[in-house]
Write a protein that binds this ligand. Sequence first.
Ligand code: UD1
Ligand code: CA
Length: 430
Amino acid sequence: MAGGKGTRMRSALPKVLHPIWGRPLLGWVLAAVREAGADRIVVVVPPTEADAVAAVVGDAAIVVQPDQLGTGDAVRCAVPALEGFAGDVLIVSGDTPLLTAELLNDLLAAHVESGAAGTAATFRVAEPGGYGRVLRSDAGIRIVEAKDATAAELEVTEANAGLYVFDADALRLTLAGLTNDNAQGEYYLPDVVPAIAAAGLAVRAAEVTDASLLLGVNTRVELAEAAELLRTRIVEQHLLAGAGIVDPATTYIDATVTLAPDCVVHPFTILRGTTSLAAGAEAGPHSVLTDAVLDSGAQAGPFAHLRAGTHLHADARVGAFAETKNTTLGARSKIPHLSYVGDATVGEDSNIGAGNITANYDGTNKHQTTIGDRVRTGSDTVFVAPVELGDDAVTGAGSIITDDVPAGALGIARARQVIKEHYAKRKRDA
Ligand code: UD1
Ligand code: CA
């Protein structure tokens, strides 16, 4: 279910598209569902932004919910897409990004083992706030929404997780009878639970012990809570797989990043997108790497900003206050400090001096800078692209290089220094 408005986010962006570590909220849920082995996935999306939501669901089927009439209505909209399906239907909320495949499989196994026609996952929480309360009595199980609950019912600490397994036929049968006679005037999916019991079939509420897996995101406060839990989960997975992460508390890694065993991530470092670090590569401290590739022994940091398309070959290095973009740095080459290198190819064993800039943009187009092997560029060199420096080329400090520098040559482009003797004395005497 991803068809809700997400009003409580107070955002123009649909709730399920809010990103957490490089993935939309909904992407986290779908990743868990796929890993659990679901063979047919239907996603209910809102009519506005349907295309934007559809764009992140991969090969899952899309169903548009025309009006946001509640979670029961959302599932009702999905039923035609399940035509001919008999068996267990797992229903998950698109706003519960902490779900794991293990949890979903445990719930399915418990459902099958019990022989029930419906199983609702629940959890205990000291302050259940806006969650639906699970009311167990001799009459059976019922879920009351916080907005409909009496003061006594609000005291109940068993919360509805918004995660269910229903027998397809029992679901079709009971959805048809839902009413919207409640505080929000909505069709509530949880009302299916007592309806199944009323039809003479068994329903269960299965308590999940790790409540953190069921966190529902309704506000930006909960989004931040979910992000922190997922950040820790990602960091721990990398640590267990052998990556060196010096300070887990200040390391931010997107779900799509690849870390080889024995790479090192230093404190205050953000690794985004498809960034990958090979064994022995080091990132940080205080660095941001987006869609960057570091081969073995390559280093970025401290204070490095590697943007999309940066590839550091073995033992290459980008140092303090240097930014790179669409740039390949050959083996052992260095951009040690205070530089911007964009749309460039640098060969092997070259050194880019302090404060070098590729002037790659003429206001309309981006142009390429090509630098060979064993090149030494002087401090404060500006490369006015397109421009090419051959192997073993050298540039003088402070040069604005507008013409190609052939292999082995020195390119120097600056006004000669003028000396005015006795200048200070003449000024004084004037
Ligand atoms: C829901 C449950 C509540 C439970 C909580 C767990 C209902 C009525 N209440 O409340 O018992 O404790 O989840 O997190 O189900 N959605 C649609 N179409 C709609 C409305 C919602 O697709 O018309 C989707 C939303 O996008 C969301 C999910 O269903 O992914 C849950 O909706 P939300 O409004 O967040 O329900 P809660 O108030 O959190
Ligand atoms: Ca919710």
